[in-house]
Design a protein around this ligand. Structure first.
Ligand code: TXA
Ligand code: MG
Length: 355
């Protein structure tokens, strides 16, 4: 298939492009598009064939449900069988924006879209191009992240092209995304509501609206032995091809431990890499050193993380050590939770404490 790649953000041409994307989606085709979190791979959420095509294009297991994207809050009533008052409060506080809610699904949404579940994930993105495209497509766009299954979610169109060129009808290039990590997922079908995936909308922000909210037991540890409640979180996701290990502790100790391990890996003939903050990056002796940003600037770290994991793949790095970012445990209620959750998953939960 020949994939049409078109830039967004070039003034009055946008409307024409978004209308064309809408037509492709209505006809059962697939369009990758930017959102404020990561790029999405869109198909008509009401068309079972479109959902099947999404799974095929991503190489994704079809028991992993898709998020239904809408462009106006009132459509929540069409997607969900019941809309509890908590959903309306969250919509009021955080939509449009990077929050996905799990609700009982309506008859309108086919089981192909929800991976066979009777619940549905709904999100109203804030990216203006995304919203207009959803409207042009008839109002309901199923969209997982636009990566091949198992790869980090794409934060620029370049990465979408890497994974999806030739597999889908169209890619809309809206430049680099704003947030860089996927939306927060909150399950409103349980009491108290549960966070199934942390994101830019933090648990502190959710608590302000909901009063209480819990974390899925698997967000930061595998100790419970349970499976994550968001089916997609159980796959070894976000992962670079190389082996990634997180090292926690006081800076000097982390640096000397990692440098020792880098020597060992080099001795074994492996290409090595490090993910470090700006203030310590200069002190590592690996083949590829990636500076992720100022340790205190969580928004920059969030935006850079997936790109860095992909760069390690491009450079065939085999052994990677990462400093710890965003607070070291779930006691921290900010964006750091989302960063740590993704980093832990990328590392397959391999963490070493050096003090
Ligand atoms: O920011 C985002 O949410 C991006 C952009 C494109 O909107 N989308 C995204 O979709 O991250 P995806 O498919 O890569 O991740 C959706 C996650 C998966 O882990 C999936 O298992 C979970 O949401 N999910 C979807 N429907 C669910 C449901 N009914 N119950 C529990 N988990 C669900
Ligand atoms: Mg994904």
């Amino acid at each position: 298939m020949n994939t049409k790649i078109v830039r967004l953000g070039e003034g009055n041409k946008d409307e024409e492009v978004l209308l064309e994307a809408g037509e492709i989606l209505k006809a059962g085709g697939l369009v990758a598009f930017p959102t404020e979190t990561v790029y999405g791979l869109g198909g008509d959420a009401l068309n079972p064939d479109s959902s099947r095509k999404i799974y095929a294009a991503k190489g994704r297991p079809s028991d992993n449900p898709l998020i239904v994207h809408i462009y106006r809050t009132e459509d929540l009533y069409k997607v969900a069988r019941e809309v509890p008052k908590e959903a309306l409060q969250l919509a009021e506080a955080f939509w449009p924006g990077p929050l996905t809610m799990i609700l009982p699904k309506s008859e309108l949404i086919p089981l192909e879209t929800t991976g066979g579940l009777t619940t549905v994930a709904v999100r109203l993105p804030s990216h203006p191009g995304a919203r207009r495209m959803i409207e042009c497509a008839g109002g309901f766009v199923a969209a997982p992240s636009a990566n091949l299954s198992g790869r980090p979610s794409p934060t620029t169109a370049k990465y979408v092209v890497e994974d999806m060129n030739g597999r889908i009808e169209m890619i809309l290039d809206g430049g680099e995304v704003g947030i860089g990590l996927e939306s927060t997922i909150v399950d409103l079908t349980v009491n108290p509501p549960q966070i199934l995936r942390p994101g830019f909308i933090t648990s502190d922000m959710l608590k302000e609206v909901l009063g209480s909210v819990e974390n899925d037991a698997t967000l930061f540890t595998t100790a419970s032995g349970q499976a994550p409640r968001a089916p997609g979180m159980k796959y070894r996701h976000y992962a670079p091809k190389g082996n990634l290990v997180i090292v926690q502790g006081e800076n000097d100790r982390v640096i000397s431990y990692v440098n020792e391990k880098l020597q060992e890996a080099k001795g074994a003939g492996k290409k090595t890499g490090v993910i470090a903050a700006s203030d310590t990056a200069g002190r590592y002796a690996g083949d590829v050193i990636k500076t992720i940003g100022d340790r205190r600037d969580e928004e920059v770290i969030a935006r850079r993380l997936y790109g860095i994991l992909r760069e390690f793949d491009d450079e065939n790095v085999e052994q990677i050590y990462s400093e710890s970012f965003g607070g070291e445990d779930e006691g921290h209620g900010g964006l750091g939770q989302a960063i740590m959750n993704r980093l832990l998953k990328a590392a397959g939960h391999q963490v070493i404490r050096v003090n």
